[in-house]
Structures are given as C-alpha cells and as structure tokens.
Ligand binder design. Structure first.
Ligand code: COA
Length: 273
C-alpha cells in the first residue's frame, strides 16, 4: 500500500520493533510517511483511540484499516489456562473490535468522500475499508489451536456484521485468511523446523506463501478492483486447507504426480474381459 502511494500508521506493543518496522516500510516509496506508534496494546481501547486520533492528525485522514493483531501458541484445550484462553480471545476478538471502534467514525467520513457507482473510477481513490486478518484453522478443525479457532471464528462473524450494518454508509469489511506464509513469526510458532521443511507438500501450490502474496490480496480488497466485495473472506493459502481430506494413505501430491492407479482397497476398477 505504501509502495502504491499510501501513507501509513502501524501500532504494536513493543516500541523499538514498531518504530523500526515503520522505518522499514517507509523505504517502499521515497517521500512516504509511515508512523510507528509503540506501547499500544490492542486490548486497551483508549490507547487505540489515541493512536487513531494521532494518525488522522498527522496524516490527514484514515481511509483503510487492517485489524491483524493475533495471539498464538500451540497447546491442547486442557493445557490452556483460563487466563491464556482469555488472552487470545482478548487480543484477537476484542482487539479487532477495539480497532474498529476507534477508527469507524473516520472510516465513515472517508467512505462518504470515496463513494463509487462501480462505473466510473472514484476520482480520489477508494476509502472506508476494513480488512481483518483471520485464519483457516476453524474450517476443518486444527489440533492444538482451539483458542485461536474460537477467536478467529469470532473475527469472521464480526466482519460480516460490520459489512451488513455499516455497508449502507459505504464501508466494506472483509477478511483475509492467510495460509502458511514463509519466514513469519506465525510459522515459527506453529510448526517445528523439520515439519516446516516437509509440510509444504500439503499445499497444492507446492510451496508456502510469501508476505507479498498477502499484501497483494490487501491491495485488491482496498483498490478500485474490490469495490463490490463486502462481507467476504478471501483465503490466500494456495488451496492448503482443502487438503485436510487428503490423508487416505496415498501420499500427497506424490501419488497424484506418479500417474499410478489406486490399488490395495476394496472396490477397485475391474479389468474388462
Ligand atoms: N502455552 C500455554 N499457555 C501459554 C503459552 C503457551 N505456549 N504462552 C503463554 N501462555 C499463557 C500464560 O502462561 C498466561 O496464562 P497464566 O497467567 O494462566 O499462566 C497467559 O497465556 C497470558 O500470557 P502472558 O505472557 O501473561 O501475556 P500476553 O498478553 O503476552 O499473551 C501470548 C501471551 C502468547 C498470547 C501473546 O504474547 C502472543 O501470542 N504473542 C505472539 C504474537 C504472535 O506471534 N502472533 C502471530 C501468531 S500467528
């Protein structure tokens, strides 16, 4: 987004990491303004409000919001303490809610300035758009991820509610559900190194995704190309989550690529006499 002309404001709990990431993002375009506001915990609505107000004061308006804060670790539901469950729900569900709450009045103003009839290019670009970053874990069920599955299902539901309630004011609200993305904190946390080196085989695209591929989905939803997309979930995972049913003993994708036919099961194709 910054590369394509946006200025931006990012928030995070860690001051140093947030400020240095803002500097890094600013290198995407000469002259870009990217403000990194640290010491912001998405669980604190008043801190998010201060950040949103500062963003508008320094950048002039707030046209797009990405609610992407997520808590995660691997554990079974009996290993997760009440406080751990609460932490993840608070970060993901309430953090997303707090983000919307702090920014919605600005987004409604932006949406009014960027209305489009779908026929003519909006003269001043698009605005009034929200993206929630969710996951695919809860579609088929994922072990060691009950807390996040519950939380992300809540985020998905929130996005749809906002689309239908705020849509009449020109707001669009959509979800990006990323699959495994290489070289990210999420991958480091959710898969052991040896598994990471092999599990890409379960991705029909034959590899993990890249950060750029999630950025590209963001550009689509925020751009004029995404004007009529609202209340939708865009899964960007190389079709990975659909392969959860591929565990029937025939190695995926090796068996498919080998060209062999199925043997060793009842009901195999009979040879014609
Ligand atoms: N297994 C089980 N419980 C864990 C845990 C783990 N690996 N990591 C943290 N917890 C528990 C803590 O023990 C604590 O519960 P308790 O008070 O009953 O002991 C609770 O979670 C809160 O932890 P705390 O460290 O006090 O607070 P926090 O607000 O920093 O939340 C995380 C902890 C792990 C949820 C959060 O720091 C986090 O997810 N950070 C990573 C963000 C990230 O990488 N996101 C991308 C993921 S795809």
């Amino acid at each position: 987004m910054v590369h394509l002309g946006a200025n931006a404001c990012i928030v995070g709990r860690n001051v140093e990491k947030t400020e240095s990431m803002a500097k890094d993002i600013a290198t995407a375009r000469p002259g870009a303004k990217v403000i990194g506001i640290g010491a912001i915990d998405v669980r604190k609505p008043e801190l998010l409000q201060q950040a949103a107000d500062r963003c508008v004061k320094e950048l002039g308006s707030l046209d797009f919001v990405i609610a992407g804060a997520a808590g995660n670790f691997l554990a079974t539901i009996d290993q997760i303490s009440p406080n751990a469950m609460k932490s993840v729900i608070d970060i993901d569900v309430l953090g997303s809610y707090n983000t919307v709450k702090a920014t919605l009045p600005y987004l409604v103003e932006s949406a009014a300035r960027h209305r489009t009839d779908g026929k003519t290019l909006p003269p001043n670009g698009t605005g009034g758009r929200i993206i929630f970053v969710s996951a695919t874990l809860h579609y088929s069920g994922t072990v060691l991820q009950s807390h996040v599955s519950v939380a992300k299902a809540g985020v998905d539901a929130m996005s749809v509610s906002i689309a239908i309630e705020q849509g009449p004011k020109g707001i669009t609200s959509n979800v990006i559900a990323p699959g495994p993305i290489a070289d990210t904190e999420g991958m480091e946390r959710l898969a052991q190194k040896e598994t990471r080196e092999k599990a890409y085989k379960a991705v029909p695209s034959g590899r993990y995704g890249t950060v750029k591929e999630i950025a590209d989905a963001t550009v689509y939803l925020f751009s004029d190309a995404g004007n009529f997309v609202n209340g939708e979930t865009l899964v960007v995972d190389g079709a990975q989550w659909h392969t959860s049913g591929a565990g029937n003993g025939f190695a995926y994708p090796d068996f498919l690529l080998s060209g062999e036919t199925v043997t060793g099961v009842a009901g195999g194709k009979k040879a014609k006499l």
